[in-house]
Design a protein around this ligand. Structure first.
Ligand code: NDP
Ligand code: 8X3
Length: 258
């Protein structure tokens, strides 16, 4: 098992949901955690909680992954003892709306592709060269079942997650011959703020997504992420596709009558 004690883990989208749970899992494993997101107060609070609960060494940084310049500046400005990132969890992402692909509003199209695809590539590009130089590191993308299957209303979001899947396959080949590992953890329905964001704050509509079924929790996904990161260095987990027992395919969800 790969020991993450005192290793540096950099997480995007650590203010909520899966990213926040990953931060907790890595903190429990003794890692030092860099928490990033746009909502600075939230990442500061997560950092404070982990420090008081586990004594974790944390760094909270306000970061918008869509801003390539800020991403590179933030990575370059890391204090020396935080520079040697061992694990990158590229988690920041979103779905916006449930429109047909050709009717998707430009701000939704841009919001999804700028964050899910370009943002993930910006962060990877800022961090991976250091991993290559040290010949050590692990990039873990949070993909989605939406990167494997398409569903009605998810055309653009699914296209963005298919792009993540393709980028990740390429990244593994780009890093061929190095010791840098590349994984993708691809969940189905997870109850987080994801649907609240998708439906622009409509909490009633968001709740219906997870009604009368038992979705994955963010901690279930973080388990898979930390499992990838703790395998022996010669083991590279390429992909984990995970769904709750109530979900069998993109739109095949077992809902119990209430
Ligand atoms: P949440 O909405 O709970 O979390 C999303 C996180 O992304 C937040 O921390 C948010 O922080 C951050 N984020 C959004 N935009 C940006 C940005 N431009 N720059 C930096 N951070 C950003 O949703 P989830 O935890 O569910 O989503 C996390 C990932 O998991 C996403 O990539 C999503 O596509 C994926 N996923 C989710 C599933 C689900 O059913 N929930 C299933 C499969 C995959 P802030 O707003 O503070 O910037
Ligand atoms: C999130 C899973 O099915 O809600 O990536 O799009 S789904």
């Amino acid at each position: 098992m790969y020991n993450l004690q005192n290793r540096i883990v950099f997480i995007t989208g650590a203010s909520s949901g899966i990213g926040k749970s990953c931060a907790r899992q890595f903190a429990q494993l003794g890692a030092h955690v860099v928490l990033t997101a746009r909502r600075k107060d939230r990442v500061q609070q997560v950092a404070k909680d982990l420090a008081s609960e586990f004594g974790t060494k944390t760094l909270a940084i306000q970061l918008d992954v869509t801003d390539r310049k800020s991403v590179f500046e933030a990575v370059e400005a890391l204090p020396p003892e935080w520079q040697e990132i061992d694990v990158l969890v590229n988690n920041a992402g979103k779905a916006l709306g449930l429109d047909k692909g050709y009717e998707t509003r430009i701000e939704h199209l841009e919001g999804m592709f700028e964050t899910n695809v370009k943002g993930l590539i910006h962060v990877t590009s800022a961090i991976v060269p250091g991993m290559v130089k040290r010949n050590r590191g692990h990039v873990i993308q949070i993909g989605s079942t939406a990167g494997h299957w398409v569903y009605p209303g998810g055309t653009v979001y699914c296209a963005s997650k298919h792009a993540v899947k393709a980028f990740n396959e390429g990244l593994k080949m780009d890093l061929h011959g190095t010791a840098v590992r590349v994984s993708s953890v691809d969940p189905g329905l997870v109850e987080t703020e994801f649907s609240l964001v998708r439906f622009e704050g409509d909490s009633e509509r968001a709740k219906t997504v997870y009604a009368n079924m038992t979705p994955l929790t963010p901690a279930d996904v973080a388990d898979a992420v930390s499992w990838c990161a703790t395998r022996a260095p010669h083991v590279n987990i390429s992909e984990i596709l995970l769904m709750c027992t109530d979900q069998s395919h993109a739109t095949m969800v077992n809902r119990r009558s209430s």
